[in-house]
Design a protein around this ligand. Structure first.
Ligand SMILES: [Zn+2]
Length: 207
């Protein structure tokens, strides 16, 4: 997802859950995974290149940091860990073919509205047809420069990130579905993370 949409998705999903400054902490950590050092050699941050088990492990590793951080009174570290995992959870829908597989069940002229998307279809989440885009560097790097994208697109394979991503609305109508699914998933991750928290830990986490 482009930064703008990571922010919007996180705000839409979690604005009822966090106070404003706490939500900003979460969003800052979410966006932090897209810094240059998080772009190269970290397929698991973004569910790129079929790194599905590594991506899921990254989410769980971060989730496991949240409660211990709160128990030692470090709300900032708890929000950073949670912010990172929301980024990865959101990128799943933008970088995999999950949305394409889900939409393929409907006729091309009969897609349900985006908010009807089911972000948790077990057959697709763990199915044999699930794929995510690979980054074919260095060519792929040029595709991030808008006027060069047209030039490199025909040279890149169909399983490349450039062809497959739903990072923004310029990628076509499937983006709206990736966005809606990412909102659902972000709220789900919040519920998973905070399940069983005593009231005082929840209050500390949420600000
Ligand atoms: Zn990302």
């Amino acid at each position: 997802m482009n930064k703008k949409y990571h922010r919007l998705i996180t705000e839409q999903a979690l604005r009822e859950c966090f106070g404003k400054p706490a939500l900003e902490d979460v969003i800052r950590a979410n966006l932090g995974l897209d810094a240059l050092q998080g772009q190269i050699g970290h397929d698991e941050y973004h569910f790129d290149a079929n790194a599905f088990s590594k991506g899921r492990a990254f989410i769980e590793q971060n989730r496991a940091l949240v409660r211990p951080a709160l128990e030692r009174g470090d709300a900032a570290a708890a929000r950073r860990a949670f912010g990172r995992l929301t980024h990865t959870a959101q990128d799943f829908y933008a970088h995999s073919n999950y949305i394409s597989l889900w939409l393929a069940r409907f006729p091309a002229d009969g897609w349900p509205p985006p908010e009807a998307v089911d972000a948790f279809d077990g057959d697709l989440l763990d199915g044999p047809r699930l794929r995510s885009g690979k980054l074919y560097y260095p060519l792929e790097g040029l595709s991030f420069i808008p006027f060069l994208k047209k030039v490199v697109l025909p040279l890149l394979p169909r399983d490349s990130h450039t062809w497959m991503n739903l990072d923004g609305p310029e990628q076509g109508p499937k983006f709206e579905y990736a966005f809606a699914a990412a909102v659902q998933r972000t709220l789900y991750e919040y519920k998973q993370t905070t399940a069983g928290f005593p009231a005082e830990l929840l209050a500390l986490f949420c600000g």
